[in-house]
Design a protein around this ligand. Structure first.
Ligand code: SF4
Length: 363
């Protein structure tokens, strides 16, 4: 039998008070959350695990402890600090949002979901999470963990993503009136630690007496899944040109679109119908390029196979339009996305194996 709204919500909150996860962006029990930290963590957590986010969050808070300091930072520095976390439009939007809040909102976050949603990079989920967690607004916060818990509690037969519209209604039916921020985080924690994707630990769950999914005997089968579409494969080429002093030729991607504003090596477009004469896309005219192998990378909407080519250039090599030579120290902290780091590693491994003499190590 479905228990009362108050009973379910109270059980969950009591469990949260004993078992909440300690996360770098969470204040100690009883302390007020800092809206800046809540916003920063929620933007970083979009499509990214808490484990991956923790170190980045701490780095950002150490480098820019306040909204105004982040707003004053050059966007390149923010992109650079974000490198490796993925979904780079989030970093650009983060910076744009900080600037907008300082310029138009006196450096303060609005409290209402609808006002938060007018800010760059804040969609429905993030607005609801900030409103609930930072400002105790009664918002319905539905992330991936919450979807799973709610789909199991109600044994929803509609597969995701079609069930997306049923989940907020079901959740609202037992959300308590008090402590909306803790309630949202309690559900997230329950999903992350007890109601896990493969083996939910129902015996430890505070809601087990009231869970339709558990009563089916196979709660792990919820949420039902729609058949997955295969990821298309795109192909392309990337050209790693290393100058005699160890500097590598790079360029910056256009500010918008995939990996916008990030640093990359020269290369071809990435297309499903692309194949074959990669050298036609190489920069710097007639250079003896060598094939160093292929790398694979998975983006959300497509898989990518990149052919990596390497070549060496003299110290006085010309710089093509839009190009920039970066020395090894610059390269270490440049805002290179993971796919380009992979290409860099493949190229450097190839050069090392083929006996290329690195001028930096020459006597
Ligand atoms: S009883 Fe089991 S399936 Fe139901 S919410 Fe708890 S952990 Fe998840």
């Amino acid at each position: 039998m479905v228990k009362s709204k108050t009973e379910r919500g109270e059980k969950l909150l009591a469990w949260y008070d004993r078992h909440r996860r300690e996360l770098p962006w969470r204040p100690a029990p009883g302390q007020k959350p800092d809206p800046y930290a809540v916003w920063l963590s929620e933007v970083m957590l979009q499509q990214t695990t808490t484990k991956a986010v923790a170190a980045y969050f701490q780095k950002f808070m150490a480098q820019w402890p306040s909204l105004s300091e982040l707003a004053e930072a050059p966007v390149e520095a923010v992109m650079q600090a974000w490198a490796g976390l993925g979904y780079y439009s989030r970093a650009r939007n983060l910076h744009a949002c900080a600037r907008k809040l300082v310029a138009e909102h006196g450096g303060r976050f609005p409290e209402r979901e609808e006002d938060l949603r007018r800010l760059p990079g804040i969609g429905q989920y993030t607005a609801a999470a900030i409103a609930a967690i930072a400002f105790e607004r009664p918002s319905i916060v539905v992330d991936g963990n919450v979807k799973r818990v709610v789909a199991r509690l109600g044994a929803l037969e509609t597969p995701l993503p079609a069930a997306k519209k049923d989940i907020p209604a079901l959740l609202a039916s037992f959300a308590p009136n008090a402590r909306p921020g803790d309630f949202a985080q309690a559900l997230m924690d329950l999903g992350a630690t007890i109601c896990t994707p493969r083996r939910p630990a129902c015996v430890l769950c505070p809601l087990s007496g009231d869970c339709a999914g558990r009563r089916t005997g196979a709660p792990e089968d919820f949420p039902r899944k729609a058949a997955k579409k295969a990821r298309p494969l795109r192909r392309g080429a990337v050209f790693y040109l290393r100058r005699a002093d160890g500097a590598a030729l790079t360029r910056t991607r256009p500010p918008s679109g995939l990996l916008g504003g990030m640093v990359e090596f020269f290369g071809s477009a990435w297309r499903e119908d692309e194949a074959g004469d990669w050298i036609a896309h190489a920069p710097c005219g007639e250079i003896p390029w060598r094939f160093a192998g292929e790398i694979d990378h998975i983006f959300t909407h497509f898989a990518l196979k990149l052919s990596v080519f390497v070549a060496e250039a003299p110290l006085d090599a010309a710089t093509p339009d839009g190009g920039r030579w970066r020395n090894p120290t610059d390269m270490k902290c440049a805002a290179l996305p993971s796919v380009m780091r992979k290409a860099e590693r493949a190229a450097q491994d190839f050069l090392a194996l083929s006996g290329f003499t690195d001028a930096r190590n020459s006597p």
